[in-house]
Design a protein around this ligand. Structure first.
Ligand code: TYD
Ligand code: MG
Length: 456
């Protein structure tokens, strides 16, 4: 036995240490360190059942032009929002993770997808979290009963792999990976050691037998995938299912995809009969907007899709010594910076006001093209005056207060035109063929939108 047979591993990010630590130096999570046998890591996947042996051999090396490659046909489900986010269907032999809060709809989505895929492909669904009775009830509720779809509620990963190796399905679904276990490993299901071993074995299965493997995985309280470092590096794709409860929207987001576009979004709505696609999301989002003080439209490109969103701001005199900044769906620092720029150049005392800003539809954006819309929404709330009806802003603001043009604006402008946006405020230097743009040089011009002396 190795001299130091114990080590400690952060259950959140996988950081290892020979000592127990209260706070993880990598992810700053408290009380996340758990004890692990260090031999486990050394013999990772080398045990019986993982399909690997440790004997050394002299390896053959190849030139790339000697490798036979053929275009693999992707497996399309016909659920367009799902297929698009995955990059036009599932790549055979890929290992994908679907993650999200408990109860958000991961099992429901996968059952819909499995039901559709089972028409053309062989699909095995391993429901390690729920009994087959529960799965049947869900399938009946969402009208996804399918004779071709095969289920099991077993969680032993060696048995799952053996079954898949022998019966060679096209796709296996494991819901969830945290409930699966290697019978030989001492640690509990869901611990970092188990997660690592089970995912590694599934990766070998996917690559060696060209079986697409989709696993579900819970996220921790701060929104990270449990054991993210372990899983994210190993898998071909990571997809988050997120939700905005108000209108039951569920957003499927790709955060890693070796076979498709990044940051692509798919929209669903949770109904009585499961998840329904929302193909015209911009219509949905625009129906919720109003021409009122503090509201401004913007557009951002998420994957290949231009989204039309509303930024809402509320600026009120503060009652605290340090004014509050409550920001949802936008980068906190970006909003603080824009408020500082407006304060500096327009002499508006945002430092004496609380600022609340949010993006409609529960969507999070990081693009700097939202700067001008945020600035206009803040000023609109401050002066308590609405901006022109059906107007939108698309420009970055530099620290000097000058507006900067944005690359590749045409797709967003076309989408805006489609939805009847009349005026689009852009930077002076913006190249565009659109006729309904209004060019602005710097933040000094923004005051002309508002009549003075009506501040809150
Ligand atoms: P589920 O798919 O079990 O979530 P997860 O696998 O991510 O934990 O979804 C459970 C939630 O979805 C539950 O709150 C009930 C709701 N739901 C509906 O509203 N309609 C439906 O048709 C189904 C199946 C679930
Ligand atoms: Mg579930």
């Amino acid at each position: 036995m190795a001299k130091n047979s114990l080590k400690y591993c952060c259950s959140n990010c996988g950081h290892t240490s020979i000592r127990w630590l209260g706070c993880c130096p990598t992810c700053n999570e408290w009380n996340s360190f758990i004890e692990e046998k260090s031999e486990e890591a050394v013999s990772l996947g080398a045990k019986k059942g993982s399909g690997r042996t440790v004997s050394a051999e002299n390896l053959s090396l190849y030139r790339l032009n000697e490798i036979e490659s053929y275009q693999k046909k992707r497996m399309l489900s016909g659920i367009k929002e799902w297929d698009t986010v995955l990059g036009e269907g599932i790549m055979p032999g890929s290992l994908l993770v679907l993650t999200g809060d408990p109860g958000i709809g991961k099992s429901t989505l996968l059952l819909h997808v499995a039901h559709k895929l089972a028409q053309d492909y062989s699909v095995f669904y391993f429901s390690s979290e729920e009994s087959l009775e529960q799965v049947k009830l869900r399938a009946m509720r969402i009208e996804s009963m399918n004779e071709k779809l095969l289920f099991s509620d077993r969680a032993n990963i060696e048995s799952i792999i053996k079954t898949a190796q022998e019966q060679k399905p096209d796709i296996i679904i494991i819901d969830s990976i945290q409930n699966c276990f290697f019978s030989e490993t001492q640690s509990f299901p869901g611990t970092i050691g188990q997660l690592r071993e089970t995912s590694f074995a599934l990766m070998r299965l996917a690559k060696e037998h060209t079986i697409a493997v989709i696993i579900t995985c819970h996220i921790t309280k701060d929104g990270h995938m449990a054991g993210p470092k372990t899983l994210e590096h190993m898998v071909d794709g990571v997809f988050y299912l997120q939700g905005e409860d108000r209108w039951h929207t569920r957003i499927l987001r790709s955060v890693k995809n070796r076979f498709g576009p990044l940051h692509e979004l798919g929209f669903f709505s949770m109904t009585e009969k499961g998840l329904e696609e929302v193909p015209h999301i911009n219509q949905h989002l625009l129906n919720e907007t109003e021409t009122v003080p503090g509201a401004m439209l913007l557009s951002c490109l998420e994957g290949s899709r231009p989204l039309l969103l509303e930024v809402q701001a509320l600026v009120v005199l503060t009652k605290f010594s340090v004014p509050q900044r409550v920001i949802t769906g936008l980068d906190h620092k970006r909003v603080v910076l824009i408020a500082a720029i407006l304060e500096k150049y327009l002499h508006i005392k945002f430092s004496a006001h609380d600022i609340f800003v949010k993006i409609s539809g529960g969507i999070k954006i990081t693009e700097s093209s939202s700067d001008l819309a945020i600035a206009l929404a803040l000023l609109s709330s401050y002066f308590q005056q609405a901006l022109p009806e059906k107007s939108m802003a698309l420009a970055e603001i530099s620290l000097t207060g000058t507006l900067k043009p944005i690359n590749g604006i045409e797709t967003q402008l076309k989408e805006a035109q489609k939805f009847g946006i009349k005026t689009i405020f852009v930077a002076q230097g913006q190249q565009t063929t659109s006729s309904n743009v209004v060019k602005i040089k710097s933040v000094y011009q923004l005051l002309s939108f508002f009549t003075e002396n009506s501040a809150s």
